[in-house]
Design a protein around this ligand. Sequence first.
Ligand code: 13P
Length: 305
Amino acid sequence: MGLFELSAAELLRRAADRQVLVPAFNVAHLPMVEPIIATVAELKTYALVEVARPDVEKFGARSFAAVAEEYQRLADRGVTRLHLDHVPVIDEDGQEVDWRRLVGEALELGYDSVMIDGSRLPLEANIAATRAVAEMAHPLGRPVEAELGAVLGHEAGPLPPYEELFASGKGFTDPTQARRFVEESGCDWLSVAVGNIHGAISAAGRDQAKVQARLNLEHLRLLRAATGVPMVLHGGSGIQAEYLRAATSEGIAKINVGTEIRQAYERTLAETDDVARAQAAVADSMRSLIVETYRMEGSAERLAE
Ligand code: 13P
């Protein structure tokens, strides 16, 4: 019994089928790898350890190689896999990114799954970039996450007021496009926009408290019917618990959590100048998310059966 021999693709399929929510915790600072792995092992919760390009470029994750090395040193593969989060084709500052090189590097380093984010591109170009990544990853048996729709928040500059955004559905993933996108791109998991927004990463916004986002569950139902693949919620910090639990019954299998644990780490480090205490703050904030918000303590056992 155990999850050791299962691929990340199989694990997320099982999670979607069994309505298990898999948290994916962003490593914004390298010392966060240790409490992330220790806490999910302690709570027997299946989770992904993930790092995104912004974690390397704007925070203290250092490099994909450094995170992979730390993960491989500490990994408990009974409860975790290593995921490459957001490699954008066009980044939050409007810059073109050498995404083929970054994805190729991560695959070589042993990342179990990878994300390509072409969501700032027109549909056709997003499909083409995602297809190219699927052609790199699938022969190695690694699944690919892609994004369609606008999960706002990473860009510098003010967002429209949240309630206005939510009510208008502006940027929500379009179900007709999503059906075509999944069929033609070959993606395994789809990140969708249904009211979720990312925590800020700009210098001006990164310390601010995040809005308590809601989710349009009706819209999510349409996307589930259209796509048939496990769906992913980005911008997991601060989403209200009742929406998360409902979303888990509507096809959301993975939730990305960055801001909440990053701010716990940074705040404690600033107050105490003690990395061990900052790591403990990460573990505390994860315990409360896993046990109270997601109610996913013991989920690794549910997936192993
Ligand atoms: P938050 O920082 O809002 O938790 O979002 C994390 C995320 O989606 C990383 O891809």
